[in-house]
Design a protein around this ligand. Structure first.
Ligand code: AMP
Length: 210
């Protein structure tokens, strides 16, 4: 199954994608995670992307399109994949279509902006493997330590309140039009993001099995 997860920052895309990855045994591909790694390594891609990401804006379409084009050639995508955070603009979605990549379902995780700031202020991420936690909603077993790989957890720079407001603005203007794009293709499944992760997962599962 080839899936796309869209939704505002903090809607739970990454968390749900990770759970679906385990259940369906298909890789969850996060462009945000790939870009953060590149910034940390100081690679050419990282240098190009850093300022956009830190301000809460989007990295240029051609840069992320090339990342995805390359990533989808990996052998682990043979039985399907979950795109978490790509596409984020209509031109990115058109690029996927042009590449001939078949998309089966697009899960749209709906939230309201008020919920987002509270969620993101408690988010902690593992820089090493990308796992995501929340201090109250989804705490790690050991404070500040990643359950999956044992590395230290950190607060993302772009989870600062001012950057979050920019990211939300970017989402509403540039990413939300994707809902119409995929609705027109009959692929959009809207899921209301719930307070509890498990409750959202149940709704996501229902959408994927429908
Ligand atoms: P995320 O981890 O998905 O919230 O992404 C973090 C940041 O990476 C975003 O705020 C953007 O600056 C950048 N980014 C991730 N995916 C994309 C994309 N598909 N298009 C443009 N920028 C992206």
């Amino acid at each position: 199954m080839n899936l796309i997860f869209i939704g505002a920052p903090g809607a739970g895309k990454g968390t749900q994608a990770e759970l679906v990855e385990k259940e369906y045994k298909i890789p969850a591909i996060s462009t945000g995670q790939i870009i953060r790694e590149a910034v940390r390594e100081g690679s050419e891609l990282g240098k190009q992307a850093k300022s956009y990401m830190e301000g809460g804006g989007l990295v240029p379409d051609e840069v992320v399109i090339n990342i995805i084009k390359e990533r989808l050639t990996h052998a682990d995508c043979q039985n399907g994949f979950i795109l978490d955070g790509f596409p984020r603009t209509v031109p990115q979605a058109q690029a996927l279509d042009k590449m001939g990549v078949r998309i089966d379902k697009v899960v749209d995780l709906e939230t309201d902006d008020a919920m987002i700031e509270a969620r993101l202020s408690g988010r902690r991420v593992c820089d090493k493997c990308g796992a995501s936690y929340h201090v109250t909603g989804r705490p790690p077993k050991q404070d500040g330590i990643c359950d999956r790989c044992g590395a230290a957890l950190a607060i993302r720079h772009d989870d600062e309140p001012e950057v979050v407001r920019n990211r939300l603005k970017t989402y509403h203007t540039q990413t939300e039009p994707l809902k119409q794009y995929y609705e027109a293709q009959g692929k959009l499944y809207t899921v209301q993001s719930q307070e509890k992760v498990d409750d959202t997962t149940a709704l996501v599962r229902k959408a994927l099995e429908s």
